[in-house]
Design a protein around this ligand. Structure first.
Ligand code: NAD
Ligand code: TYD
Length: 354
């Protein structure tokens, strides 16, 4: 069996659902259930005894140690994190606590467990750390995409906290020999994406007749990957990746934010036209920029393709259509997610942007 953390969130829950679509190896899912964790994402697994959900914190070393001792997983995949850049700007502390201190405690528990394993289990064990392209900082328009050897230049409290965790993971390999793998992926989109992030926020706001807030000039570039492709890449790295290595994951889909918002609007115009017949694009508004806003991210994904034979299955066009369709078909998921705490966040983040 394997142990995954933070897998009631966006990417982790997609990973768990895919895991049980592809096989029947048991999985322990450790999640703190912050605002971003949602067990409704995993409702289809509620009668599956091979999915063992544990409510808890990666920073709780005693809990993690007891889970490892009891279940003896062959691998740990660490998705758990505070993940939203804007939240990290308003309040960085949770990011340091979970992404840095939490990852440290998790690594310590895993190191003790791994050290106690007999060979060949010890050699076969893997700790896979899921990270982001944001640790590499911001690219100018013409710079080449991030390779695995790009220097770390994190610019937000979020990316700095992820960078710190990547360094800890690296050090645990270098110093203790823990068989780690690190993946740095570009922006994901797809089902179960919490509507504080760009794409789901635009879909949800558009359908609710609300404004579509584009930060600054909307010309910041992100490199978008459909979440199921990220999950297949993680599975590939887990099975075939070389311990100690870093793999960048991306879909070669660089798009400016404003183009993304227009694409979402056009799909909604087609699939769920506004009752007044006007285009959703009329709801776009430009608001104050994010402080320290990174201009461009782009992933060079040649290493994972060359060494592990991984490529994304979706194009941006197919993935974004599936995503918009999923939100239209899962309005009750959206309604449940839009809880009181979510509304408070929206008020705080957008009120001061004017
Ligand atoms: P998310 O915010 O949707 O989910 C995070 C999950 O972690 C939630 O279920 C939350 O309850 C859980 N969690 C938070 N703190 C915890 C703790 N202390 N102990 C246990 N669980 C905890 O995030 P996501 O978008 O699914 O991202 C997952 C991982 O992938 C993160 O490490 C993130 O940095 C990385 N990543 C995300 C993207 C993206 O575009 N979303 C891209 C690249 C990498
Ligand atoms: P986001 O989904 O928060 O991901 P990240 O900051 O990790 O890349 O934002 C994606 C891009 O969209 C980013 O450049 C900020 C921008 N953005 C907006 O323009 N308006 C919004 O309301 C949000 C949430 C993001």
């Amino acid at each position: 069996m394997i142990l995954t953390t933070g897998s009631a969130g966006f990417i982790g829950s997609n990973f768990v659902l895919d895991w049980f679509d592809q096989g029947d190896e048991a999985l322990i899912n450790l999640d703190k259930l912050t605002y971003a964790g949602n067990l409704e994402n995993l409702a289809s697994l509620k009668d599956n005894p091979k999915h063992i959900f544990v409510h808890g914190d990666i920073g709780d070393k005693a809990l993690v140690s007891s889970l490892l001792a009891r279940h003896r997983p062959r691998a740990v995949v660490n998705f758990a994190a505070e993940s939203h850049v804007d939240r990290s700007i308003h309040g960085p502390e949770d990011f340091i606590q979970t992404n840095v201190v939490g990852t440290f405690h998790l690594l310590e528990a895993v190191r003790a467990y791994w050290s106690s394993l007999p060979e060949p289990d010890r050699a076969d064990f893997r700790f896979l750390h899921v990270s982001t392209d944001e640790v590499y900082g911001s690219l100018s328009k013409d710079e080449p995409a991030f390779t695995e050897t790009h220097r770390y230049e994190p610019n937000s409290p979020y990316s700095a906290s992820k960078a710190a965790s990547d360094h800890l993971v690296r050090a645990y390999h270098h110093t203790y020999g823990l068989p780690v793998l690190t993946t740095n992926c570009s922006n994901n989109y797809g089902p179960y994406h919490f509507p504080e992030k760009l794409i789901p926020l635009m879909i949800v706001n558009a359908l609710a007749g609300k404004s579509l807030p584009v930060y600054g000039d909307g010309q910041q570039i992100r490199d978008w990957l459909y979440v199921k492709d990220h999950c297949s890449a993680i599975r590939r790295v887990l099975e075939k990746g070389r311990p100690g290595e870093v793999y960048n994951i991306g879909g070669w889909n660089e798009k400016a934010n404003l183009d993304i918002v227009h694409t979402v609007c056009r799909l909604l115009d087609e699939l769920k036209p506004r009752s007044d017949g006007k285009p959703y694009g009329d709801q776009i508004t430009f608001v104050a920029d994010r402080p320290g806003h990174d201009r461009r991210y782009a992933i060079d994904a040649r290493k994972i393709e060359r060494e592990l034979g991984w490529k994304p299955a979706e194009t941006f066009e197919s993935g974004i259509r599936k995503t918009v369709e999923w939100y239209l078909e899962n309005q009750s998921w959206v309604t449940n997610v839009l809880s009181g705490s979510y509304r408070q966040w929206v008020e705080k983040n957008y009120a001061e942007r004017g």
